[in-house]
Design a protein around this ligand. Structure first.
Ligand code: FES
Length: 175
């Protein structure tokens, strides 16, 4: 993967045609995260099903974001790549994987891929918690770190969650 200060073709394709943009009605898990650097916000919605062997898997994933071009592209590849994966497999997704799938991101935009990865961890955490399932230790650690960051963002950008959600509703037909 070549380092570049420009967006790759894959980034532009995923931004222009984000097939996984949108909301899932009655989701099984929701991840809502913010980016401390820019105040952008993202929601990831999951629908979970059961494989024949009884394992939980991600049947569908959609996202909404009030983030930049790189955030839209990162969320779109993330949502695509976790579909049909078991919860354990999906948890192996990290920001490096997202960046690889996009054929790289400019160094200044790497933090945008963190938003997508964190939204995934939070959505899975939400699903496991609601269904009283065991939460792996490393997921719990990530959740606590994300929660801490959310409080910082709330302080820095007062009322960001309400504001951003309202803006998303108004822009529902943007994509
Ligand atoms: Fe905010 Fe990219 S600049 S997510």
């Amino acid at each position: 993967m070549k380092k570049s200060n420009f967006y790759s073709k894959k980034v532009m394709e995923n931004f222009r045609n984000p097939k996984n943009y949108g909301e899932i009605k009655n989701p099984d898990g929701v991840g809502k995260v913010g980016n401390i650097y820019c105040g952008d916000v993202m929601w990831l919605y999951l629908k979970v099903g059961k494989k024949q062997g009884g394992q939980d898997y991600i049947k569908d994933a959609k996202f909404q974001t009030y983030g930049c071009l790189a955030a839209v592209a990162s969320s779109n590849v993330l949502a695509q790549s976790i579909k049909n994966k078991t919860i354990d497999q999906a948890l192996k997704t990290d920001r490096q994987k997202i960046v690889r799938e996009l054929d790289g991101l400019p160094p200044l935009k790497i933090h945008c891929s963190v938003l997508a990865a964190d939204a995934l961890y939070e959505a899975i955490y939400d699903y496991l918690l609601k269904n009283k399932k065991k939460i792996p230790d490393n997921l719990l650690k990530k959740h606590l770190a994300i929660e801490k960051e959310k409080k910082e963002i709330e302080k820095r950008y007062k009322g960001w969650t309400e504001m951003e959600k309202k803006s998303l509703k108004n822009e529902k037909n943007k994509f």
